[in-house]
Design a protein around this ligand. Structure first.
Ligand code: BGC
Length: 765
């Protein structure tokens, strides 16, 4: 009770420039609807339940819909029916029926939300892009934009106006089972890709989202990807500076780009469950940024405040804490009667009428902005571009650019036509492993049922190199059943023997699909069976190519030296087989770069923006003192069939700048190889002396260029000097006078900032 009592209702302070501009028409409509609502109707708007409650054996049950809407005035639903994707036509029909019943019963449109994560991945016939981790590896904002556009269009085509995407958790801990859902470990990359996706998905005007666009839910706010144990939904420990600088900042950029909804982090940070934090939910987002969007909980996370986090004695207290902290919609999947708790809490004065109305306004505003009052349903007959060739081509192109060539000894790749290939490994012939979680079903375990029209790696290699040139012996296979982690050896010796009559062995190894908490592991090492498979293949004396098809970088330092070449394809989805085959034959060129650090040892998990003290040379004396960082492949690693030379790196501002300047850099990039290729140009800064221990380097800008052999181009990269600011001991942003180093590939230069500037506001404006 004490905690609940401490927290007051929140609303935006008037002096803040709103993150999303106010639209009078929208506000007028919201007030008009709000005025006529009963307390029970208001409570219903704050609750979202899952499709399981309104279906019978996976089929929509209209009697159940009517009952739940009539009794509880429920304002929102989510999830695929029966746990597996339906077609867009079937989905549209079910949502239309729910909407019609809702309009008859309460006259306020419902809002249906789906987890579209890497495309329309909860529709059986939608276009799938590679997972976010792959798109991050393209270092190409264009693909985040295309993902947003296509995903929104295809979701609207299924009568669904709301997606739970983009995922904005930083993938800074490879043990965490949602690593692959992220844009990798860097906050700037994450911010740029999420903003591009958000604007593309919602359209240019968040106050008027048209019938080709949807509302996004940026998630999972805040610092979800940092469990101290590496296990999903366990407590995170984050420094106050990192919380602001690395975790909050990208969300701020997305709010200001118009993101209409926010999903909260299921877990706790520094002992505080995010769903209970007035500071994070209300103060930072709504008050400080004047953001008038809607906060939805993650799955059952109000219940978790008492069942799991133990900061509330019962559901009633949990609801009180959550709503007073700033939750506007409770995703209480199976418990529509939570509406009754809200009613009682308001009657008892434990939730104020003002806070209730503020939350209801936020829900109504979302619905008005999406046009749901005018068009509770809409015709889905058009949408001719659904799953069209153009969308598929975008997906294929992004897949090609997402694969990362990490090693290519003696130019093993590209493989010549006619090469005799032995394909092996548990990931060689599976659409499930190419897709990963959030693909047709939550765990991705049913992908092979829906993907007959797409090629596995094996199928694509046979098409590319000729079936008679490609032999296949799996050697190790995943064990069907509930535990995705299990694999078994099914003939490793046969692989070794067959390798003798091949020119090259392609070992497709990694992980089976999983999602969220079921994806927890106790050992980041690649499975022993898979390592043995690679050892056996290498014993044949034939060159081995490792194809890593995995949601997180599994440790493989023991087998990496046995491989002549390594390609990390991560989770490339439905065009993964085709893209890989085209890259291996040289029809396409590699241009992906790792958006995370690939660690080498289980006890030494690093990120590229480490502190200097994590990697110091031996100081000889009485003791040898060192801290040696040894990673498998660094952030940004990635080879091509051509090579690029960097020169003439300059800061056009000169050798000094002030904190209010925009810094503009130039660098010449030349393709000095024999093949056309694309290159992501990454610009890093290092603050050499700062009042808080500085990160060794930070990504500040990136772009991608394409060059013919011999061609060179001058690349301009600029950003405001304020981007160099960090969050100091007092929690304020500051840029300090002094020396900075800037680096672009092998080129570097030094420049001095002339002044120190401190922002009293918690955010850089
Ligand atoms: C996940 C979210 C997802 C939600 C709704 C939760 O378990 O953490 O990412 O959006 O379920 O399906």
């Amino acid at each position: 009770m004490a905690l609940a009592g401490l927290m007051a209702a929140g609303c935006c302070s008037n002096s803040v420039k709103p993150a999303i501009e106010k639209d009078e028409q929208v506000e007028k409509k919201v007030e008009q609807v709000l005025k006529g609502m009963t307390l029970e109707e208001k409570a219903g708007q704050l609750v979202q339940i899952t499709s399981d409650v309104i279906s019978t054996r996976g089929v929509l049950d209209t009697a159940k819909v009517r009952a739940v809407v009539k009794n509880w005035k429920i304002g929102s639903f989510l999830n695929v029916f029966g746990g597996v994707s339906a077609s867009r036509a079937e989905t549209a029909e079910m949502v239309r029926q729910i909407q019609e019943i809702t309009m008859q019963e309460i006259g306020i449109p419902t809002i249906f939300g789906l987890d579209m994560i890497h495309g329309a991945t909860y529709l059986s016939d939608g276009t799938f892009f590679p997972q976010e981790i792959n798109l991050a590896a393209t270092f190409n904002r264009e693909y985040a934009k295309q993902l947003g556009e296509v995903m929104a269009y295809e979701t609207r085509a299924a009568m669904v106006p709301w997606i739970f995407s983009p995922v904005m958790d930083l993938g800074r801990d490879p043990r965490w089972p949602r690593h692959w859902e992220s844009w990798g470990e860097d906050p700037y990359l994450q911010s740029e890709m999420s903003v591009a996706e958000t604007i593309a998905a919602q359209g240019e005007n968040p106050n008027d989202v048209d019938l080709d666009h949807v509302a996004v839910s940026i998630k999972h706010y805040l610092a979800y990807g940092t469990p101290a144990t590496g296990q999903d939904r366990t407590p995170g420990l984050v420094s106050p500076a990192d919380l602001r600088e690395k975790y909050f900042r990208p969300f701020k950029e997305c709010f200001q780009a118009g993101a209409l909804t926010l999903m909260a982090n299921s877990a706790s940070i520094n002992g505080v469950p995010v769903h209970s934090s007035y500071e994070y939910l209300t103060q930072w987002c709504k008050n400080d940024l004047g953001w008038d969007g809607m906060v939805v909980t993650d799955w059952a996370d109000i219940d978790n405040l008492y069942t799991r986090e133990h900061i509330a004695a019962d559901r009633m207290e949990a609801v009180e804490i959550g709503i007073n902290a700033g939750v506007d919609m409770i995703m209480d999947p199976y418990e529509p009667d939570v509406c009754g708790d809200i009613v009682e809490l308001v009657k008892a004065g434990r939730i104020s009428k003002e806070r209730l109305d503020d939350a209801v306004r936020r829900v109504l505003r979302l619905k008005v902005r999406l046009g749901l009052f005018e068009n509770p349903t809409w015709s889905v007959d058009g949408y001719d571009k659904f799953a069209c060739d153009q969308f598929r081509q975008m997906s294929y192109n992004s897949t090609v650019e997402s694969m990362v060539l990490l090693k290519n000894e003696k130019n093993l790749l590209p493989l010549k036509k006619g090469t005799k290939i032995l394909v092996t490994g548990p990931n060689a012939n599976s659409m499930r492993t190419l897709n990963g979680g959030w693909s047709y079903s939550w765990q991705g375990d049913r992908a092979d049922e829906f993907t007959q029209d797409y090629n596995t790696i094996l199928e694509a290699l046979r098409a590319e190199f000729g079936a008679s040139n490609v032999n296949y012996i799996p050697g190790v296979e995943y064990v069907p059943g509930p535990d995705w982690r299990l694999d078994k050896a099914t003939g490793i010796d046969a692989v070794q023997r067959a390798a003798l009559s091949a020119d090259v062995v392609i070992a497709c190894i990694g992980e089976n699909s999983y999602c969220e908490t079921p994806g927890n592991i106790n050992d980041l090492n690649l499975s022993e069976n898979q390592k043995n498979l690679v050892r056996a293949a290498a014993k044949s004396g034939k060159p081995v190519l490792l194809v890593l098809n995995e949601g997180r970088p599994r440790i493989l330092n023991e087998i990496e030296p046995l491989a002549a070449a390594v390609v990390d394809i991560m989770l490339p989805s439905n065009f993964g087989g085709d893209a890989l085959a085209a890259l291996l034959s040289g029809r396409e060129n590699f241009s992906g770069k790792l958006p995370f650090t690939y660690s080498k040892y289980v006890n030494a998990l690093h990120t590229y923006d480490y502190k200097v003290s994590e990697n110091v040379q031996t100081m000889s004396g009485a003791y040898n003192y060192d801290a040696v960082m040894d990673v498998q492949w660094p952030f940004g690693a990635g080879l091509s069939y051509t090579s690029f030379e960097y020169s003439d790196f300059k800061l056009l501002n000169g050798s000094t700048f002030s904190s209010s300047d925009v810094l503009t850099f130039e660098v010449t990039v030349k393709n000095v190889g024999q093949r056309k290729g694309k290159e992501s140009v990454l610009l890093f800064s290092s603050d050499l002396v700062a009042s808080m221990v500085p990160d060794v380097k930070r990504l500040r800008q990136f772009t991608k260029v394409e060059l013919e052999p011999g061609q060179s181009t001058k690349v301009t990269l600029s950003f405001p000097a304020t981007e160099l600011a960090f969050v100091g001991r007092d929690g304020k942003w500051r840029i300090e006078e002094g020396e900075f180093r800037f680096a672009c590939a092998g080129e570097s230069l030094h420049a001095n900032c002339k002044d120190t500037n401190v922002w009293n506001t918690p955010n850089i404006e």
